[in-house]
Ligand binder design. Structure first.
Ligand SMILES: [Zn+2]
Ligand SMILES: [Zn+2]
Ligand SMILES: [Zn+2]
Length: 432
């Protein structure tokens, strides 16, 4: 680790390689540690809304005078960011509309620049840590390899002026490391703000029954207990969305992280039945009808993901409604595939400013969500936030406040009581 953190130690976790465990008790909601990002980048779509350097979101940020595309709180933040922003500032102007590196290429460019700066300053410790992160170049399939080559091409195209490029093999390793160990920085409603690398957090193994949760304060990651922990307990986060049944979770883990989970929930599969709940009918539904519908649902979920970038919001909404009608003949409303499509539909409604539509979907999702996800889960708190804020827009303050208070209770554990999201949220509640 970056130095030793009191109450924590590295150890060899059986069957998982290295891991992290606690050496003293931690209570639910207690902070285990906070980790500054080794490197990070704000998403292009958030430009102008958040400071590129400290990720403070506010109105009236000042823009970079040269490219007019990067925004900052003040001169101090601008100066602080220059070593990274200079990789993009003139290139963005030169390429204009054609400037389009992927987020991962942008992050890798920053890691390379940082490594170079550290070499000059003879700081070796963090470089080792990055070198220490797992990579899975040899496990990648053709599709992944092609994507990686495209990212490398992007790196050469947009950044070669400013960077000394390592050889191809080292680049493949670095991209693979960032793909497996990168974190998405999200806001309180789980909107994607940026991408970052935290070598300390990357030490934490996965479980579908996590003991801790990661939230963000600016560009730093904070790790808090979501279960009471005793000395010797392993620090475990979830790498994936935990809504789905065991088979789907493990498909996802194998696809993205190259392992199969062996946690208590994966062994007992105790929630799978509720997650795949079938509609009650007087004539029971045949097993092959159910398995066909599961296949249809998985295909739809996948298709929807690819269409998200190409179809219009109304086309996407229609796709959601159609699949919900189809699945609804077999699945209960609380079935996770129904929930998945309803959640997508809610997001589209919010995007199209159809608040009533969003509330209609949100109300159907919230109860099963709180039952199917583990306790103190951000998927649940963010849904309560969206729902509560929508009620307030519709001038329904009492249900609105009640939803916001439910979000607040979860966030006090996940984000810590003094996080600025909570200060803001308490203000929102008090105003009504
Ligand atoms: Zn700032
Ligand atoms: Zn600039
Ligand atoms: Zn598991």
């Amino acid at each position: 680790m970056t130095g030793s953190i009191e109450g924590l130690e590295r150890f060899d976790s059986p069957g998982k390689g290295r891991g992290l465990r606690v050496t003293r008790p931690f209570k639910v909601g207690e902070l285990l540690f906070s980790s500054p990002a080794y490197s990070y980048v704000l998403s292009v779509k958030e430009r102008g809304y958040y400071c590129e350097f400290c990720f403070t979101g506010k109105k009236g940020l000042a823009k970079c005078g040269k490219c007019k595309k990067a925004f900052y709180c003040n001169v101090k933040c601008q100066k602080g960011d220059w070593a990274m922003h200079k990789l993009e500032c003139s290139a963005m102007t030169a390429f204009g509309e054609n400037w389009c590196p992927s987020d991962i290429s942008r992050l890798v460019a920053r890691i390379l620049a940082k490594k170079k700066m550290q070499k000059e300053k003879c700081v070796s410790e963090k470089i080792l840590l990055i070198g220490d992160m797992q990579s899975h170049v040899e496990d990648e399939d053709n599709e992944k390899r092609e994507m990686c080559e495209a990212d490398i091409a992007g790196l050469y195209r947009f950044y070669s002026k400013h960077l000394e490029m390592p050889d191809h093999k080292d680049l493949l390793t670095l991209f693979s490391q960032v793909a497996c160990n990168g974190f998405t920085i999200e806001d309180d409603e789980l909107s994607h703000l940026g991408t970052a690398v935290y070598p300390d957090v990357a030490l934490i193994n996965h479980s579908c029954l996590p003991t801790v949760i990661v939230t963000y304060k600016g560009t730093s990651a904070e790790i808090r207990a979501v279960q009471d922990m005793k000395p010797g307990d392993e620090v475990l986060i979830s790498y994936i969305d935990l809504l789905y049944p065991t088979e789907d979770r493990n498909n996802r883990l194998r696809e993205c992280y190259y392992f199969t989970c062996n946690c208590q929930e994966c062994k007992s599969q105790s929630k799978d039945k509720a997650k795949l709940k079938v509609r009650k009918r007087s004539d029971p539904i045949e097993p092959d009808v159910i398995s066909n519908m599961v296949r249809y649902a998985r295909k739809t979920v996948k298709e929807f993901r690819t269409f998200k970038n190409t179809k219009t919001p109304s086309e996407l909404l229609e796709m959601c409604e159609q699949s919900l009608e189809e699945m609804g003949a077999v699945f209960d409303d609380s079935n996770v595939y129904m929930l998945h499509m309803m959640y997508q539909a809610m997001g589209i409604c919010l995007y199209m400013q159809d608040v009533e539509g969003a509330v209609r979907y949100g109300e159907k999702i919230i109860k099963p969500y709180s039952q199917l996800y583990p306790p103190h889960c951000l998927n649940v708190s963010s849904l309560y936030l969206k729902l509560g804020r929508s009620y307030l827009l519709l001038e329904r303050p009492s249900v609105g406040i009640s939803a916001l208070k439910k979000a607040l209770a979860i966030m006090e554990v996940a984000h810590g009581k003094d996080h600025f999201y909570l200060t803001e949220l308490r203000k929102e509640i008090a105003q009504k």
